[in-house]
Design a protein around this ligand. Structure first.
Ligand code: HAX
Length: 434
């Protein structure tokens, strides 16, 4: 058994006892009311999910296991001379709630390396798809195709106690995480780099190996680590996390569950927003012949977008009410590595121009940028101009959080999801219209 799995097994009895006590002694305590607006408003703000992996405060932003983004980046172990921590250490933190030692990180690195070989049929599946298929479709299909490897299914069919569900869920999650960066890089190089995939180097850590397989030099390895860590989790109500949790609640395995979550991430109001930001920004750069627009021109462009009934991609959020600290972390990376880049200057100018316009426009509750407003420019700078691909990298990072969540879902015995629906007529009756 890996040390990480041993650690998880040692943590579970206490957590299980806490949940059992809470449900037994306080199961009927009311936490929140449900408002009519939430029935049609995407259940916004409804408190009916639980996770201990991360918590999103509207004003402060995400905390991973209690640590803010600056704290996470500062406290997690780093490779000698590196500026961004190991992705593997972040996974340890998400799963256990504890900061790993250097030895803990090395243990996770070698565990993932051993699980990293991708079966050939996955490549054959990807190659059978038309080459102009969206890379998110390819990514999610590759994950679904791997489902035949599921340990959970094998153990479930053999007869397994509920208490043990988390164990094969852990195996599936780790086996998947170990392969996702390789699959992502393969899709990229097959689709966009004249079909020249680069085999993984299993002596490298996750971020470095991804950069290697993408064929991009340092400091892209640092950016990859940052990108995967920042995108890993955003508590459990967002579409990708909730979908993964929902599908897993039917005891579907990690492959089915993650693929479903990725399909949700592929929506333009969620993870696909990062490609929309680049498409929208590049359109303007093209109009300007590659030059930075004036502030006035940019203001007009933003208003034109709003007046044509479209959203400003990368701005607004369902929970956040301030600049997303994931945006800030990426901005700091840009200020260090690409301060003179024209596109970065334009992203910075948008940060000045968009919030006051959204405030004046008066609809968006949060006029500030989210994570997706900044991720594309960094990828663009290091040569990834195929912005369709950005959400795939988001998916690699998001897998760390959502898979950690479904391991704990099984450990703590979370039930199959089944909220109750009412008809419009019933709602009208309840409020006294009928
Ligand atoms: N531009 C223009 N209008 C916006 C807006 C924006 N960036 N953000 C919100 N609004 C509008 C909404 O469309 C809504 O209009 P209607 O009343 O006509 O429906 C109104 O303002 C109120 O919306 P809200 O309550 O502030 O926001 P929601 O919780 O409904 O939606 C979204 C949150 C993130 C989907 C929204 O802000 C949006 O569409 N943003 C642009 C797309 C984007 O950046 N998505 C990525 C979000 C982060 C993420 O999940 N990454 O994966």
């Amino acid at each position: 058994m890996s040390k990480l799995k041993e650690k998880l097994a040692s943590l579970m009895p206490e957590w299980r006892a806490r949940v059992t006590r809470l449900l037994k002694e306080y199961g009927d305590v009311e936490i929140d009311k449900v408002y009519v607006r939430q029935f049609y408003g995407g259940m916004r703000g409804l408190k009916c999910l639980t996770t201990d992996i991360s918590y999103l405060d509207p004003m402060e932003g995400i905390r991973f296991r209690g640590y803010t983004i600056p704290e996470t980046l500062e406290k997690l172990p780093k490779a000698p001379g590196a500026e961004v921590p190991y992705v593997e250490g972040h996974l340890y933190l998400l799963l256990t709630g504890e900061l790993p030692t250097e030895a803990d990180v090395q243990d996770v690195i070698s565990d993932l390396q051993k699980r990293g070989e991708v079966p050939d049929y996955v490549w054959a599946t990807l190659r059978a798809m038309p080459r102009d298929t969206h890379p998110m479709t390819m990514f999610s299909t590759a994950v679904t195709s791997l489902q035949r490897e599921s340990e959970f299914v094998k153990r479930y069919n053999a007869g397994m106690s509920k208490m043990d569900y988390w164990d094969p869920m852990f195996e599936d999650a780790m086996n998947l995480i170990a392969k996702l960066h390789t699959i992502a890089a393969y899709i990229y190089r097959m689709k966009y780099k004249d079909d020249t995939p680069i085999s993984p180097d299993f002596s490298l850590d996750y971020g470095k190996n991804f950069a290697y397989m993408m064929g991009i030099d340092h400091p892209y390895d640092e950016l990859s680590r940052l990108y995967f860590i920042l995108h890993s989790d955003h508590e459990s109500g967002n579409v990708s996390a909730h979908t993964t949790h929902l599908v897993a609640s039917a005891l579907s395995d990690a492959y089915y569950s993650l693929a479903a979550g990725l399909n949700g991430l592929a929506g333009p109001l969620h993870g696909l927003a990062n490609q929309e930001v680049l498409r929208w920004s590049q359109n303007l750069m093209e109009q300007m012949g590659g030059k930075l627009p004036t502030k006035e021109y940019l203001q007009k462009y933003v208003w034109d977008t709003l007046n044509s009934g479209q959203v400003i991609p990368g701005y607004g959020h369902a929970v956040l009410r301030k600049t997303d600290p994931r945006y800030t972390a990426q901005r700091e990376f840009a200020l260090k590595h690409l301060p003179e880049d024209e596109l970065f200057k334009m992203i910075s100018l948008l940060y000045e121009v968009v919030p006051p316009i959204l405030q004046e426009h008066g609809k968006a509750k949060n006029p500030w940028p989210n994570v997706d407003a900044h991720s594309g420019v960094l990828q663009w700078y290091y040569g990834i101009h195929e912005y369709d691909f950005y959400t795939v990298m988001f998916g690699v990072g998001r897998a760390l959080g959502v898979l950690s969540n479904i391991i704990w879902d099984r450990a703590l015995g979370q039930s199959i999801e089944r909220p109750k629906s009412l008809t419009l007529e019933m709602l009208e009756e309840r409020v006294g219209i009928k």
